[in-house]
Design a protein. Structure first.
Length: 310
């Protein structure tokens, strides 16, 4: 349903938080004596509970509970705007943001454009100025921008290294170019820069014993965990068959070590069928003051060779 691979624990927390918020809203309405408005929150609470139970089921496709969650977000906001016209229009951004998180980019944009005629008949919007439509469209474009940048990055990965596109990591030549630009920017703006050198000792063994599919599964697991633990502008690139560089712009040594520890814990919890628990050797390497890019690049390569035992 969505190209984002959210950690299962994060989605579980999202469902539980949604149930808690909707139930609290229903209790608040009951305490305030708003019995007419109580039906929708109670029904939405039951739907969210159903979505959570579907999420727990291992045999249910992940998009089904997400669709229920998105429908509940839209239904709750529309009901609040209809029964309580004084509700701030800021709440319209809640289901819009949820749509961009839970749906593919094109589907989310199309959904918001189709729903424009649905919002304006509501009592809260019948006297709204025409400029509000422009603000609504601007918000759609603003929310779509991060997803578009992610899609552009994936397209660049496929263009630079089609064979490793599923690994979702930059090819070495492209990685060196991006690292060079980050190194120059750090020197010019006096910013910090760190790189984590990641080596997968199981990669060659997995390909020899179990074939290329097992090796690709190992690489995909690494990329998934890296992108779930890091920022959007962090760069993951492949230095060789089993060594990766994770470029961390504007990151100090302590910050790099925190990322290393967090990533080490996440990878240690990842278990694959063929190779078992995922093993990774991770080391932080920071450029020295006034160090040339060529010398820093050589240190990165030497660090990767040392981790590989070469």
């Amino acid at each position: 349903m969505t190209p984002h691979h959210f950690p299962r624990q994060l989605m579980t927390l999202a469902y539980l938080a949604s149930i808690a918020l909707m139930s609290s809203y229903a209790i608040w309405l009951y305490a305030m004596g708003e019995y007419r408005d109580l039906v929708v929150p109670c029904f939405m609470s039951l739907l969210l509970l159903t979505a959570y139970l579907l999420h727990l089921g291992q045999d249910i496709r992940s998009h089904l509970p997400r669709v229920v969650l998105l429908a509940c977000a839209y239904g709750s906001v529309i009901a609040a705007l209809y029964y309580q016209p004084e509700t701030p229009l800021l709440w319209v951004g809640l289901p819009m943001t949820a749509a961009f998180l839970l749906l593919p980019l094109a589907a989310a944009v199309a959904l918001h454009l189709v729903l424009i005629p649905l919002w304006w008949p509501l009592p809260s919007l019948d006297q709204a100025p025409p400029t509000l439509i422009m603000g609504y469209v601007a918000l759609i474009l603003l929310l779509a921008l991060p997803r578009w940048e992610h899609a552009r990055r994936r397209a660049l990965l496929r263009a630079t290294d089609p064979n490793d596109s599923e690994c979702d990591a930059y090819h070495l030549d492209t990685l060196k170019e991006r690292l060079h630009s980050e190194h120059q920017r750090a020197d010019m703006l006096n910013q910090r820069l760190a790189v984590l050198v990641i080596h997968l000792p199981q990669r060659d063994m997995a390909e020899e014993q179990f074939g290329s599919r097992a090796a690709q599964a190992l690489l995909n697991a690494l990329c998934t965990e890296v992108y779930s633990c890091c920022r959007d502008h962090d760069l993951l690139g492949r230095a060789d068959s089993a060594t990766f560089w994770l470029v961390l712009p504007d990151t100090s040594e302590s910050g790099a070590l925190l990322v290393r520890d967090r990533l080490q814990r996440a990878l240690s919890r990842r278990v694959l069928v063929e190779t078992g628990q995922l093993e990774a050797r991770i080391a932080a390497c920071l450029p020295c003051p006034k160090e040339s890019f060529e010398h820093y690049l050589q240190r990165l390569e030497n660090r990767g060779n040392a981790q590989a035992g070469r």
